[in-house]
Design a protein around this ligand. Structure first.
Ligand SMILES: Nc1nc2c(ncn2[C@@H]2O[C@H](COP(=O)(O)OP(=O)(O)OP(=O)(O)O)[C@@H](O)[C@H]2O)c(=O)[nH]1
Ligand SMILES: [Mg+2]
Length: 377
């Protein structure tokens, strides 16, 4: 039994495979780690398999799994999970995009109690070197989608990560495409995650395999994980859905408060406003009712929806309150804007236009508040 297994998925990597295996093994020696190198190859047509067999003869901690069916990166990594001879797995690309020197740090974080450790390109200190604009945009889009489900993780689609075997042991992974980490996060059993920054370096040698099909598969995967989390409920993505529901319930309570305050003010306190007269009273009452409903929503979201948010300890109540107010005003403007466009320009029935405005405003409020009012930083 090894301390950890470094899983290296490969497809036609003859130019890199020897160096990456040697680099990983050197890191093992330097840090006195009893580690296994497991190359998971999709039946490469170049010299990759031959080189690994040769390395295997020299080092008994090097192994190779040659797959002949169900070709794919995610599938290969998932197979690696099954065949690894240890309780800790680290996945790394063969093309030196991920620095092997970070392996000991990742392993350390796992030993200190994290279930998953992610090498992040998108947190402070991380980055991407030498990527064309198109690749950057695709990656940013994919990351955004992934963060809908895992808002506290800056790089939920990284290809460089470590995990305990227990995370995936019972997980019904449906691996496909490139983003195996998202699948692990969505279906695995884990509580504690940790990210460490690294600079992604584009491959110098060998060829890239990214295709349009990958993007389509990714979108399917996000939908699949969302559905899965709805049905199974005891996972990280479900924690997010619960917040959406709570946020919605609080929003409905806000409507009730809003209407009640308006009613009381108009029915029982209606008076002449100095210089402005009686006509403006209702508008003022409505504004007061709106603001009180925003305060109501803030209190419940702070105490309930986002009660476990670390921002409640690291930021002041005033900062959160001001942020929440600003975001709510933004949500109202979005609601009104959508109403105007749909009803005014496209002649959508006014009730339907308003309803769509409410929905979009709701998700705006939820996502932006989650990020800025109650976000991790
Ligand atoms: N087993 C297996 N490995 C693959 C497959 N596709 C890619 N890989 C390996 O997965 C790792 C990442 O693939 P890359 O082609 O480098 O993907 P990328 O980093 O997004 O793109 P480039 O570096 O620009 O090519 C490398 O080690 C590849 O050899 C596959 O279908 N099966
Ligand atoms: Mg690469």
């Amino acid at each position: 039994m090894y301390d950890l297994t470094v899983i290296i998925p490969t497809f036609n990597e003859e130019a890199n495979i020897r160096n990456i295996v040697m680099a990983v093994d050197a890191v093992f020696h330097e840090h006195a780690i009893h580690g296994q190198v497991l190359v998971v190859d999709d039946n490469s047509s170049d010299g990759t398999i031959g080189i690994v067999h040769e390395l295997k003869r020299q080092k008994d901690n090097v192994d190779i799994l040659v797959r002949t069916e169900d070709h794919g990166l995610s599938q290969s990594v998932a197979d690696g999970f099954v065949h690894a001879a240890s309780e800790v797995f680290i996945v790394i690309d063969a093309d030196f995009s991920h620095p092997p020197v970070l392996i000991p740090r990742m392993y350390d974080e796992i030993r200190k109690g994290s279930d998953i450790v992610i090498g992040s390109r998108y947190m402070e200190g991380g980055g991407i070197k030498k990527w064309p604009l198109k690749r950057r945009l695709i990656s940013i889009g994919a990351t955004f989608l992934g963060r809908l489900l895992f808002p506290d993780i800056t790089d939920p689609v990284s290809g460089f990560f470590a995990l305990k075997k227990s995370v995936v042991e019972k997980a019904p992974l449906k691996p496909r495409g490139y983003k195996i980490l998202l699948e692990v996060l969505g279906k695995g059993t884990w509580e504690k995650d940790r990210e460490i920054p690294f600079e992604f370096v584009d491959r110098e040698i060998g060829s890239s395999k990214l295709k349009i099909k990958t993007i389509v598969e990714y979108a399917q995967q996000v939908v699949d994980i969302s559905l899965y989390s709805f049905i199974h409920r005891n996972n990280a993505a479900w924690r997010e859905w619960k917040r959406v529901f709570k946020f919605g319930i609080v929003g409905i309570s806000g409507i009730v408060v809003n209407l009640a305050i308006l009613y009381v003010l108009v029915e029982f306190f209606s008076t002449e406003i100095p210089f402005l007269g009686r006509d403006i009273y209702k508008e003022l009452a409505s504004a007061v009712a709106i603001e009180i409903s925003i305060l109501n929503n803030f209190v419940w979201n702070d105490l309930w929806t986002f009660s476990s948010s670390p921002a409640r300890k690291s930021t002041s109540l005033w900062r959160r309150l001001v942020a929440f107010n600003a975001v709510s005003v933004g949500g109202a403007v979005i609601n009104l804007g959508i109403f105007t466009v749909l009803n005014g320009w496209f002649a959508v029935w006014y009730m339907a236009a308003q309803f769509i405005g409410i929905l979009v405003g709701f998700f705006w409020n939820f996502l932006v508040n989650r990020r800025f009012t109650w976000g991790r930083k």
